[in-house]
Write a protein that binds this ligand. Sequence first.
Ligand code: CP
Length: 302
Amino acid sequence: MKNRSLVSIDDLTTEEITRILDLAEDFEKNPVQPLLKDKVVATLFFEPSTRTRLSFESAISRLSGKIIGFTDSSSSSVTKGETLNDTIRTVSNYSDLIVMRHPIEGSARYASEVAGIPVVNAGDGANQHPTQTLLDLYSIRKTQGKLDNLNIFLVGDLKYGRTVHSLLMAMSRWNTTFNFISPEELRMPKEYKMYLDNLGLKYYEHTDFTEIISKADIIYMTRVQKERFSDPIEYEKVKNVYVLRNSMLRGTRENMKVLHPLPRVNEIHMDVDQNDKAYYFEQALNGVYTREAILCLLLGIK
Ligand code: CP
């Protein structure tokens, strides 16, 4: 994996995914090691972030690396009209690896083609978020003891949700059964359903999940993303369509966990937080170990 970029989860073989998850397990046991002592990592966030940026920066700090970058492109020369090409080529001269979040789909692939150093996609529009997927896989494997033959419920904004797009592509490698729960307006895009059709995998579409919740191994909640709607009235219609409450978890499987990439707005009521089945804050912590593993493998350390 040395010197490669990570733009889409499909850039990785199943063996490579397993290698990342195994290494993340080692980092969970021993997260502070001076492995990036001589490395500079640039974090370029053209879109807001809490978990992805801070867990990457926490991972880099715990490995003794240095961080440069920006949290808001308005403080960079982008405001003067600098192109993405020129920004990336310049930052490549100052760093060993770039972590980038950008609102435009395909921007991370483009950056990886001009950078000359590894680029990690920290989310490109509604397209992909592969490092989120790796920490999701880590969380699923840790809580279920396996990745294969699980019944996964993807709930909420399946149209614009890059985390569910990446997760679907990844979990399709392990004979997963998918249940897609969304309003009509936010259904899983056709290309992802075709992806599963081509693999012969089962998926079911619903607008409600109260009757079938007892069948889930993982309930993966997502936020309806206001920032992806061009018409605010359309957002208002669907913004609170699903609210998971503690009472709804009665009768769910013993092993079942509720995941969410976060941030949440209203889709998981705070009364769920005290339930042992709520796993989203631990999931966010797993992002540190998973990102330590990703950084080390792409930089050829370990
Ligand atoms: N899960 C996730 O991408 O969160 P942030 O937007 O806070 O980085």
